[in-house]
Design a protein around this ligand. Structure first.
Ligand code: ZN
Ligand code: ZN
Length: 403
């Protein structure tokens, strides 16, 4: 099984482009071939009228109820950064920021610091606050993740990050059980300032006239929900090819082998061929290979119709190469995690197209893969969390219920 999720590919008719969607305007023979040789439909990834985030959307696409499985951004980001998140841990997304002497934030991104954050993170990680272990890992630019491990932690705390310039906030427990966690967070924030302010990295930054990354601001606390790993849920070995940290984090959380592909950046400059090749190789050793291609979403957020068409065509050439080498028994799923219309420049609640070919898939009359053409297909309209069970059925991997 091969599932290709083109992040944010789904769109709306564009006024300035003949009222076509980017999918309708693009030349995409490989995507059309999947539609022509398979069963098609539209999908409300979470539910009708719900605007999916990429995180909740992917949980649904993997067969989870996002309302039960979603545990906040913190644990997903931490898993994506390569930290092992265990039950009972509390994880936060963080920014390296700049504060003045009165602990007032003057730059929430520390001048979008580009280098030195690994060294700063190292200085913070591995410490203990009381009986709580502190783990910290840098992300891209000014971002990082904080993971707290110890007895009696609870994620129901407020952010220390003020989300704009101004005083650093005291984290507060929203329930009595979370007061200890809030205390630890506040202690961590104070400690981060003491440690980072005198770091050689910041000495250099000051010398260059750059704002020092002299504090860490945690936000978005979360703990891992009760998630049955995908390999156990479906009895399949799963691999993931994805560039963006958030999606990689989810894949790791649900028990996939997340592959490292040099050149797969999750941006517009991603190496499509390298991604396609990695997914094809993974099919030799795994039953289910998931692939996320991010660039459509980026073009959607930028409101750039032409760029989105270009990205779709690049994905299509990658897919063309893959289909050439793919046995017809392999079930191929082509879809998006949500719509990111260029006219909205953000995600929208519009359903996404989905095509399933190969294996035991039925073949309907749909000839083209786009938002409208697939709507009359034999799959009808499904919800995101029904996709995986449907795919398992097509791949003859579903279990019998009853005699
Ligand atoms: Zn997305
Ligand atoms: Zn997006």
């Amino acid at each position: 099984m091969l599932m290709i999720v083109c992040d944010g590919m789904s769109d709306r008719p564009a006024k300035d482009f003949d009222r076509k969607t980017p999918l309708q305007a693009a030349r995409k023979p490989a995507m059309d071939a999947v539609a022509r040789h398979g069963v098609n439909g539209v999908m409300d990834v979470i539910a009708p009228g719900v605007v999916p985030g990429s995180d909740t959307a992917h949980l649904a696409l993997f067969g989870y109820d996002p309302y039960k499985a979603y545990s906040g951004r913190g644990p997903i980001e931490a898993a994506g950064a390569g930290l092992e998140v265990r039950k009972g841990d509390v994880a936060f997304r963080c920014n390296f920021a700049t504060v003045d002497k009165s602990m007032s934030v003057t730059d929430r991104r520390a001048g979008r610091i580009k280098s030195g954050t690994a060294e700063l993170a190292k200085a913070l990680s591995g410490r203990k606050i009381g009986d709580v272990q502190v783990m910290f890992k840098e992300g891209s630019e000014h971002r990082g993740v904080l993971l707290l491990r110890g007895p009696g932690l609870d994620p129901r705390v407020t952010d220390a990050d003020p989300h704009h310039e101004g005083k650093v906030l005291e984290s507060k427990g929203l329930v009595p059980e979370a007061e200890k966690t809030a205390r630890v967070v506040n202690e961590f924030v104070r400690m981060s300032h003491v440690v980072l302010d005198k770091s050689p990295v910041n000495k250099d930054r000051r010398a260059e006239g750059l704002p020092p990354a002299n504090i860490v601001l945690p936000r978005g606390a979360g703990s891992l929900g009760e998630l049955e790993p995908m390999p156990r849920m479906y009895g399949v070995k799963c691999a993931a090819v994805a560039g963006v940290t958030l999606v990689r984090g989810i894949c790791r959380m649900v028990g996939m082998d997340v592959l490292d592909v040099p050149g797969a950046t999750g941006g517009l400059d991603t190496d499509y061929k390298a991604k396609g090749d990695a997914a094809m190789r993974a099919l030799d050793s795994h039953d289910f290979v998931f692939m996320n291609v991010k660039a459509c979403d980026v073009a959607g957020h930028d409101g750039d119709f032409r760029l989105k068409v270009q990205v779709i065509e690049s994905i299509d050439s990658m897919l063309e190469g893959m289909l050439r080498d793919l046995h017809e028994d392999v079930v191929v799923v082509l879809t998006a995690d949500h719509s990111t219309p260029v006219s909205v420049r953000d995600h929208s609640a519009d359903p996404v197209p989905v095509a399933i070919s190969g294996g035991g898939a039925r073949i309907d009359h749909v000839k083209e893969f786009d938002e409208m053409s697939v709507a009359s297909g034999a799959l009808g309209r499904i919800r995101g969390k029904d996709l995986m069970p449907t795919v398992m059925g097509v791949a003859d991997r579903a279990k019998k219920f009853g005699a």
